[in-house]
Design a protein around this ligand. Structure first.
Ligand SMILES: Nc1ncnc2c1ncn2[C@@H]1O[C@H](COP(=O)(O)OP(=O)(O)OP(=O)(O)O)[C@@H](O)[C@H]1O
Ligand SMILES: [Mg+2]
Length: 162
């Protein structure tokens, strides 16, 4: 998919679908959640442009623990080798001036500080789906290893929405 040129001037043809079913209250600073969602959405738009493309934003309750917010796009997807590095600071495939490579790394750090997690489900040609897992009772911590391992252990890293 061509990137960079054409992004700034053109209009992307993107269909956005919302399915917001989460009913629980989760505790997170509004600005923190906004920052995370904006980054995921900007990434999704970049992935699908110039389109036609599709972005789905979903939320649902997750067990008794919290909620899952999922941003799925119909872009080119992310190959396995890159998925391991995608949350690293300064990892970017965008042209100079178009991306710092900090968006996902900062987002991941923010959510982990609330005891939650961001996970990725993607394969080439099948788009990308980022899930944000948020807890009703966040375990505020600087400890980077809080809930992430637990989430993975119980399979929360897998995208359960289709
Ligand atoms: N939905 C997506 N589809 C395909 N690739 C993606 C997607 N989201 C992120 N990426 C890849 O991950 C890289 C890192 O994303 P990240 O948001 O951290 O930085 P960035 O978007 O490049 O720059 P910025 O700091 O402005 O957010 C992107 O450059 C892109 O290669
Ligand atoms: Mg970004």
């Amino acid at each position: 998919m061509p990137r960079g040129k054409g992004r700034t001037g053109g209009h992307a043809s993107v269909e956005v679908e919302l399915s917001l079913e989460a009913s629980r209250l989760v505790r997170i600073h509004r600005q923190d959640l906004q920052q995370v969602l904006v980054n995921l959405l900007v990434n999704a738009v970049h992935a699908v442009e110039p389109g036609p493309g599709r972005i789905r934003i979903m939320s649902r309750d997750w067990r008794d623990d919290g909620i899952q917010i999922l941003v799925r796009d119909s872009g080119p997807g992310i190959e396995q080798a890159l998925q391991e590095r995608i949350f690293n600071p300064f990892f970017s495939t965008k042209d100079v001036g178009e991306g710092t490579g900090l968006g996902l790394s900062i987002s991941h750090g923010l959510i982990r500080r609330y005891g939650g997690n961001i996970t990725l489900d993607s394969s080439i040609g099948e788009g990308a789906a980022f899930s944000v897992w948020l807890l009703c009772e966040p375990q505020l911590s600087d400890d980077d290893t809080t809930l992430a391992e637990q989430l993975q252990a119980i399979g929360a890293g897998r995208d359960c929405l289709s």
